[in-house]
Design a protein around this ligand. Sequence first.
Ligand code: GUN
Length: 325
Amino acid sequence: MNPHTATPRILDGIAIAAGIKAEVAHQVRQLGPQGITPGLAVILVGDVPASQIYVRSKVKTCGELGIYSEMITPPETITTEEMLDLIAKLNAREDIDGILIQLPLPAHVDTRRLLEAVAPEKDVDGFHPINAGRLLAEGYSGATTSRSGKLALAPCTPAGIMEILRRSDIPIAGKNAVVIGRSDIVGKPAASMLLNASATVTVCHSRTHNLARFTREADILVAAIGRSGFVTPDMIKPGATLIDVGINRITDQSQVDEFFPGDEARAALFAKRGSTVVGDIHPAAFALSGAYTPVPGGVGALTIAMLMQNTVTAARSRRSTLDRA
Ligand code: GUN
């Protein structure tokens, strides 16, 4: 089949996330008779509107899957020392299996110090250096344990990307994977996971010269830079798999016209809400792809599902119900 003319496959993040959440709910039900209810504590500092939306939906999903959750909302003025105290208390609590500190934090607190204070076995974001190091050394092998049998808590968004690829039967081994973006939350761990899955990995970023020369070689392109429609049709290899991590809110009619010409459903949504979201990949590039994750409804849907899985994995591991053989 000529990939230029084939209709691209839409990788439905909502459906894949629903499958994972059903698996997690099943694991939670199995823990019930053992007297175990997995518990997640979410710390949300101050009042960043986007963070409030994310955190609310994390807490809501916990409720749907039978996971206990607790939202802790310190004021913007909290100090690093006070946060360390709070984290120490959560580390010591038997009923809390996962601790998530919603980022970004106010500039006056020492984010790195706080992330390192979370007990690695409760670090459901996978941001602690121990978990980041384990990911690099041992790889991500799906939603339970790493190859060595040790607890593998991997960052949720890149873990979600791997689940989309695997559950959609998109081959990774031997393929050229290009990641645009080198953040600690997405780009770096995504590159490491793709490498562990035997892709040939290139990481591009804001200082990369002639970025398109790399992206045009990509069989799998992961865009995680936070710039609306950054990847244009001329930058992709026809038939490639495009994974769009960007969630960029646009509020100008001119941008809607640029990204979604002739898309009446999108125009109606924009007229109603005054904004809409576009990814890091220009929608015109999707038409040339073999498969792509839409925005919204792609990678974003997986992040919370993977957080739920990490919470249950942490509960099972810490309370010794995971087979560590
Ligand atoms: N802010 C944006 N993405 C994330 C994430 O995955 N985890 C946390 N804790 N904060 C975020």
